[in-house]
Design a protein around this ligand. Structure first.
Ligand code: NAD
Length: 422
């Protein structure tokens, strides 16, 4: 089994591997199963030619990595970012396997990405790139095979183009091929807010365990996109005091509490820069992470909390809204500091949970009311939290290792039952 070295700290695939290794060792996982689960099942690279608005032809590189199909169809988002790499997509695909297994939904893990900067592309260019990427992957996608969803740089409209392109190839409408769609074409009520809402449910459980009340808690949120802004909004409504927020443009701080509904309006409806909001002092996006608070919610990108800076984190609960915001090397430092970590594969699992509900609703052709979706999500998040802390207490491990242990055990059990097809 491998151990990572410091210069590999920022390689997310190495980070993912290190967590998997540690949990597999605690479980005493057989060497053969260890080897099977460590590697992805399939990695697909596509070169996507697209006609740009000025008539030029550009070629973009896209990936889809399917990590595991052992417990069901692959599930995982599609990311559009200049920083996409095969290693990143590999790591994110394996995290999806473990995430789906922690919350016990019948999916394996996958992830996709295209190396591009959506901020520099027009909507028509994004549409053409999305449709060609989907067409290239059409034989590997499908409700029973691999079901994408939105991630960084993609939204519900991109999912609508994926669904339409796939459906055109199949010659009939296939809503369940993708989740995170608009409501009018088979989306689920509550999906847009699901990741932030799931994070809130997990945080509320952590507060109970630490005997804290929302009104005792100052919250700082890094990243103010789908996950961060919804989490901030719902936490504000629940009585938490959100004192800091940031996005790619910078941060904002107000010890008395930011007016989150107005900030959401400012950023998402009026499309104004977050740091220019008049209700707080400006701060750098990085600096905001190290201000004292009770709940820190990194919900932007990977590798924000590292062995270099983890000693500066000053919170009681670290709720990982983003995937991989903490490096494996930082884990031990956070543990020494006694920080209660809600690991990404649990804390942000609300999104994939409601994606699962969307897939179920699409397949049964019967749609649920929002309170039914939210009620089922609450049940899944609270139950999963209880399972993770039970394993933590029984095995004297961190929440992260406990979550991985539960997930690996579930996937390994399915694999033992199915056996290896040779
Ligand atoms: P998004 O594109 O909607 O928002 C990302 C936010 O992060 C934006 O506000 C952006 O300005 C900000 N940001 C980017 N780089 C930053 C930096 N260096 N410092 C501070 N802010 C920065 O994306 P999202 O859907 O909210 O996803 C955020 C994270 O959550 C990703 O890691 C994603 O994989 C993860 N996640 C998303 C979902 C989901 O349902 N959307 C589910 C699970 C996990």
């Amino acid at each position: 089994m491998t151990t990572i070295t410091p210069h590999e700290e920022l390689n997310v695939y190495q980070s993912a591997e290190a967590r998997f290794d540690l949990a597999a060792r605690h479980l005493g996982l057989e060497e053969g199963l260890y080897r099977y689960l460590k590697y992805p099942s399939k990695e697909i690279t596509v070169y996507i030619p697209a006609v740009m608005d000025d008539g030029r032809i550009e070629v973009f590189i896209g990936y889809r990595v399917q990590h595991s199909l052992v417990r069901g169809p692959c599930k995982g988002g599609i990311r559009y970012s200049p920083n996409v790499s095969l290693d990143e997509v590999r790591a994110l695909a394996s995290w999806m396997t473990w995430k789906c297994a922690v919350v016990d939904i019948p999916f394996g893990g996958a992830k996709g990405g295209i190396i591009c900067d959506p901020e520099k592309l027009s909507r028509t260019e994004v549409e053409r790139i999305t449709r060609r990427y989907t067409a290239e992957l059409s034989e590997w996608l499908g409700p029973e095979k691999d079901v994408p969803a939105p991630d960084l740089g993609t939204d519900e409209h991109v999912m609508a183009w994926v669904m339409d392109t796939y459906s055109m190839h199949m010659r009939h409408t296939v809503t369940a091929v993708v989740t995170g769609k608009p409501l009018d074409i088979g989306g689920s009520r509550g999906r847009h807010e699901a990741t932030g809402r799931g994070l809130l449910f997990a945080c509320n459980k952590a507060l109970e365990r630490l005997r804290l009340k929302p009104s005792d808690c100052r919250v700082i949120v890094q990243g103010f996109g789908n996950v961060g802004s919804v989490a901030a909004h719902l936490m504000h409504e629940t009585g938490y005091r959100v004192i800091g927020a940031s996005d790619i443009h910078g941060g904002l701080y107000n010890e008395k509490g930011l007016d989150i509904p107005k900030l959401v309006e400012w950023v998402h409806r009026e499309r104004k820069p977050l740091p220019e909001f008049p209700g707080g002092e400006r701060a750098s996006s990085r600096d905001i992470l190290f201000r004292p608070c009770e709940v820190l919610v990194p919900s932007a990108v990977e590798n924000q909390i590292t062995s270099e800076n983890a000693h500066r984190v000053d919170c009681k609960i670290l709720a990982e809204g983003a995937n991989g915001p903490t490096t494996a090397y930082a884990d031990a430092i956070l543990q020494e500091k006694g920080i209660f970590v809600l690991p990404d594969i649990l804390a942000n699992a609300g999104g994939v949970t409601v994606s699962y509900f969307e897939w179920v609703q699409d397949r049964q052709g019967l749609f649920w009311r929002e309170n039914e979706v939210n009620g089922r999500l609450k049940d899944v998040m609270e139950h999963s939290f209880d399972e993770v802390v039970a394993v933590r207490d029984a095995h004297k491990v961190t929440n992260r290792t406990a979550a991985y242990m539960i997930a690996i055990q579930r996937v390994a059990s399915a694999l033992r039952l199915r056996g290896l097809y040779a």
